[in-house]
Write a protein that binds this ligand. Sequence first.
Ligand code: CP
Length: 314
Amino acid sequence: MNYLSIKNIENLKEWVDEAIALKKDLLKYQDLGKNKTIGLLFFNNSLRTRLSTQKAAMNLGMDPIVMNFGSEGWALEFADGTVMDQGKSEHVKEAAQVISQFCDVIAIRAFASLTDKEKDLAEEVLTAFAKYATVPVVNMESSVGHPMQALADAITIEEFKDSHKPKVVLSWAPHPKALPHAVANSFIEMMQRQNADFVITHPKGYELNPEIVKDSKVEYDQEKAFENADFIYTKNWSSFNDYGKVISQDKNWMITTDKMVKTNNAKFMHCLPVRRNVVVADDVLDSENSIVIEQANNRTYSAQLVLKKILETQ
Ligand code: CP
């Protein structure tokens, strides 16, 4: 079993409930991964994903090996039939099979380039590892999705929602750098499977991949979108149509207390890291309604559940 996108979750409610149960008895399956190794390969930086996935693996008795592949590994070739007489030293065909000799599970973080839309949409790195590895592969954020984050987000919403069907708003916010679409994409796919009133709000020009957004509601007026919201999930992303470009840094889209008061006392969510007073004002992030730390904490239980499911199939 691979965990490459939230499409690999058969029954989201069952998985969320199981993760919440796991959280109450963290070491219940501490022998499940005994004598098994997980290789965590990072082509990009991380704080939460790296530590929470290691912690999850250790809670299951696994031994994690972490490699910052981007700076420490050989530069990988991904194309078939290439004459490798330039800068790439090793083909992913060998690399993935060799790593499979050392590891029982391989987890990979490889962000979007934001320069080559075709390769990004094909999830070149993740797809190649899934093709050539002989052990299960886990997506720790690819060029298209961040399904470990989305599962943690679903756990967090389940824990903080009250009995009524929640209104959940995914709001774009400004950022000085071009950021990928992965977190927003997986959050949208996850919300499409939830019993929620889901609205996406962003400035015109920041439309996400229509194949992911499908018929989810898009509201270009941020204040209107915020009315009666129970959860405000904030994230910046670069343009999808003008691929990878920052086409606006409109400060009026920053999340402020003035906007939060228009909601139904909404909880504030963000996957982190977040830029204070650019994406969100200090007083929102520091308020009682901010649940970003609880959301980050749930990354461990999201990863632990995914690894438990994989170990149970091995
Ligand atoms: N949310 C998230 O994936 O955090 P890191 O980039 O720090 O892992």
